[in-house]
Design a binder for this molecule. Structure first.
Ligand code: HEC
Length: 120
């Protein structure tokens, strides 16, 4: 549960601080912004990138982003659907809590995840 509390705190902080700046930028979802968001929001539970500052703190870490991206059934639509709907009613569980992201954050994260599909 500790991981979730940390997650919620980071999400609240981030939601407050970046919302204004990054919205409505021209050029569509930005994978670089997605990478940045992923490094600050998702690393407590996932291996986002091999050079992330700290390893996940879950006893049984969630699947690495690379593994998720490379699944043949992972698409932009499946990722968006997951991020917007996973446990949106908060029940204590051992699966991923809903990150409560704004649309532009979902779009940036998905753009980043999709870049991992074709990476060696
Ligand atoms: C509190 C821990 C935790 C955090 C933080 C977390 N995840 Fe997860 N995530 C999980 C767990 C556990 C799973 C595997 C079980 C499940 O599907 O819920 C998972 C699975 C996933 C999946 C795969 C879903 C599928 O189709 O199998 C995606 C995509 C994902 N996470 C994206 C993210 C993104 C993006 C972030 C950051 C915004 C994030 N996660 C933050 C715990 C977390």
């Amino acid at each position: 549960m500790k991981a979730f509390i940390r997650f919620a705190a980071i999400a609240a902080l981030l939601g407050g601080s970046v919302q204004g700046g990054a919205q409505g930028l021209p050029g569509g979802p930005d994978p670089v912004e997605g990478h940045r968001l992923a490094l600050s929001l998702c690393t407590p539970c996932h291996v986002v990138a091999t050079d992330q500052e700290l390893p996940p703190i879950l006893d049984h870490p969630a699947p690495p982003f690379r593994t998720i991206a490379k699944r043949p059934d992972t698409t932009e639509a499946s990722l968006k659907h997951f991020l917007l709907t996973t446990h949106s009613t908060m029940q204590p569980s051992f699966s991923m809590p809903n990150p409560g992201l704004a649309d532009y954050q979902v779009n940036a994260l998905v753009a980043y995840l999709m870049t991992l599909k074709n990476r060696p």
